[in-house]
Ligand binder design. Structure first.
Ligand SMILES: [Zn+2]
Length: 72
C-alpha cells in the first residue's frame, strides 16, 4: 500500500510502505505484547515502524486489556 506520510520521519527515506498487521509493543523491560492487526507504516531503510493516531488507539486498547487481565 502507498504511504500517507511519503517519507520516514526518522531517516528521511522515501522507502516507506503502509502495512496491516500485528505490532509488537514493549510494555516494560523485556516484556512485549502483540496487538491485533493495526494499520501502520514501515521504513524499509531504517526499519522504523510509524504509527498514526488510529494505530495508537488500537495499541492503547490492547495495553488496557493486558493490564485488565493482569489485575483480574
Ligand atoms: Zn527510516
Amino acid at each position: 500500500m502507498k504511504s500517507k506520510l511519503g517519507e520516514c520521519p526518522i531517516c528521511g527515506s522515501k522507502k516507506i510502505e503502509r502495512h496491516i498487521g500485528p505490532l509488537k509493543v514493549q510494555i516494560s523491560k523485556g516484556k512485549f505484547i502483540k496487538t491485533p492487526d493495526v494499520e501502520h507504516e514501515k521504513c524499509e531503510s531504517c526499519g522504523e515502524t510509524i504509527t498514526d493516531y488510529e494505530a495508537e488507539k488500537v495499541i492503547d486498547e490492547s495495553l488496557a486489556q493486558t493490564h485488565y487481565r493482569k489485575a483480574a
